[in-house]
Write a protein that binds this ligand. Sequence first.
Ligand code: PRT
Ligand code: ZN
Length: 296
Amino acid sequence: MSSRLRIAIQKGGRLSEKSLKLLNQAGLDFDNRKERLFYSCQNFPLDIMFLRDDDIPEYVSDGICDLGIVGVNVLEEKKLGRITHSPLQIKKLKNLGFAKCHLAIALPEKDQFDGPGSLSKKRIATSYPHLLKKYLSDNNVEAEIVEISGSVEIAPTLKIADAICDLVSTGGTLRSNQLKEVQKVLESESCLIQTETKLSEEKATDIQRLLDRISGVMLAAETKYIMLNAPLDAVDKIKSLIPGMEEPTIIPLASDASKVAVHAVARENVFWETIENLKLAGASSILVLPIEKIIS
Ligand code: PRT
Ligand code: ZN
């Protein structure tokens, strides 16, 4: 058995590029020519296998791949589909923060909605029959599930359904089809999954290394390094304005004894409003720098 990890990544689609970028940022070198099914990293014991996203949970569950990146929506749908016969052998390691969307029920704009009961006896088109079935049974609603694989949003216009249950991110698709969202079924984003089949100690160690690197990349993405000059008597006020700040470094200025330089790591997004407030509190020469890696 190979001692190299194998990770399943979507071959082409909304998850592919960002999944590869994340691995890249975690320091993995590979050639991202995706016309190949398989690719080996040169500087980490990991091979990438490119698959359709719907196939990724099965491959990971069967242990053909040790890891995978999929949407929570696909993971949960596949889990429910296998709940009664041989459940999927998968554990979720981490949400990855990209491809955020939610699964929602939508009705034609003109239709009235007074709660889940309004869906009773309706035909609802979806590519997520198991998640929809669970939502309906959790809400004691009897409705007909019309399973279709793509372009779910045109089902009401084609009169093959009265409502839809589909993924929404900006809401633009619903609006352009004169549909309105009425119920949220599931929040989703990309996530890293691992097989529950037994792995060698070597592989388990490499997964932990990869996970630590990914966590470092994700933490760095929302963390900034702030440098500014401040009047001595404004330091306390300025410290209170920096979001999610760790204890800053205060350095005297060679040219002006009434001022200090403040260097701090802000573990949250620094918005323009924060910078404006820092200026109002007396800060000057404000620099906000991205951080590439954080290792704690
Ligand atoms: O070929 P393969 O099977 O691998 O890909 P696919 O066509 O099944 O999936 P793909 O690439 O479209 O999506 C992959 C994953 O991206 C999904 O499983 C979700 O986890 C995630 N994701 C995030 C989305 C969206 N946002 C999204 N908006 N997947 C689909 N959509 C579609 C949605 O179905 C609807 O048609 O975009 C439309 C709605 O978008 P808005 O912005 O108009 O609301
Ligand atoms: Zn798919």
